[in-house]
Design a protein around this ligand. Structure first.
Ligand SMILES: CSCCC(=O)C(=O)COP(=O)(O)O
Ligand code: MG
Length: 261
């Protein structure tokens, strides 16, 4: 078995979700279709609620920033004509959400709405999150060895908590010391990793970040974070240069903690 020693200075393991702890297929085939199939009805039902209005405001602001992009879908400002405009307004939000999802965009606005929509499905037991089989045993072992374990995903903190709280292996929230999402910054920006270290109260070189996306690994590395790229079934392929440059693991069990031997 391949073994990747964890540097002695590492005290925190920071985990990506999609493609790292959880199959991309679960996200693409279960989570995302749920949004596309239910977004219209969700908006119709929850429109008057404060949380939904905040989600729509954030989406509208994002749509303004996106207006220069090819195929961007605008969300008009509320005209004050209330119920008359409602069906068109809701349709514009639906079209915007579907457009963003067709590009797999990771905007905070989209991810916030998705998290709120999944809440009901997880709470009702209609969905249970999938984790690769090596994840839970490895995380338990790391924690027993004194490591802190944090999550950093483009999915909102609320969505992350839903996944970890409602998994096929039960409630896994107690295995996680904390969560970060794009509110701290985007995963392809190195400053995000400095902010995460600052928020945890450690140096960036105390962190090992595991992700399937080399652009994220590169940003983390620029901030002096240790990285390993996780190769899982269904993940995007890596170039030969990426395979040579990065430390690769196919299972969390390949990480070797000198302190736990
Ligand atoms: C954790 S929420 C569901 C997945 C999701 O929406 C997403 O964007 C995952 O992105 P990641 O940064 O975990 O690859
Ligand atoms: Mg990922």
């Amino acid at each position: 078995m391949v073994v990747l020693p964890v540097p002695a200075e590492v005290t925190v393991i920071l985990l990506d979700v999609e493609g790292t702890t959880t199959p991309i297929a679960f996200v693409k085939d279960i989570l995302f279709p749920y949004i596309k199939e239910n977004v219209k009805e969700y908006l119709q039902t929850h429109w008057e609620e404060e949380e939904c209005q905040q989600d729509v405001s954030l989406l509208r602001k994002q749509a303004e920033e996106d207006s220069h992009l090819d195929g961007a879908v605008p969300i008009p400002a509320a005209s004050g004509n209330g119920a008359d405009d409602l069906p068109q307004m809701i349709q514009a939000v639906v079209d915007n959400v579907c457009w963003q999802m067709s590009l797999d965009r990771k905007t905070t606005a989209l991810k916030q709405l998705q998290g709120h929509m999944w809440r009901a499905a997880f709470a009702a037991g209609r969905m249970k999150a999938e984790f690769f089989e090596d994840v839970v045993p490895a995380v338990r072992k790391w924690r027993e060895a004194g490591m802190k374990v944090y999550i950093y995903s483009s999915g909102s903190v609320e969505a992350q908590k839903l996944l970890f709280g409602h998994s096929t292996e039960g409630d896994l929230l107690e295995l996680v010391d904390g969560h970060f999402d794009t509110k701290i910054g985007h995963k392809v920006e190195s400053e995000s990793y400095r902010k995460i270290a600052n928020s945890i109260g450690c140096s960036t070189n105390n962190i090992l970040f595991l992700t399937d996306v080399t652009l994220e690994a590169s940003a983390a590395e620029e901030a002096d974070v240790h990285v390993a790229v996780v190769v899982r079934p269904g993940n995007a392929g890596l170039t030969d240069d990426e395979k040579t440059y990065y430390s690769l693991i196919t299972s969390f069990s390949e990480l070797y903690l000198p302190s736990s031997s």
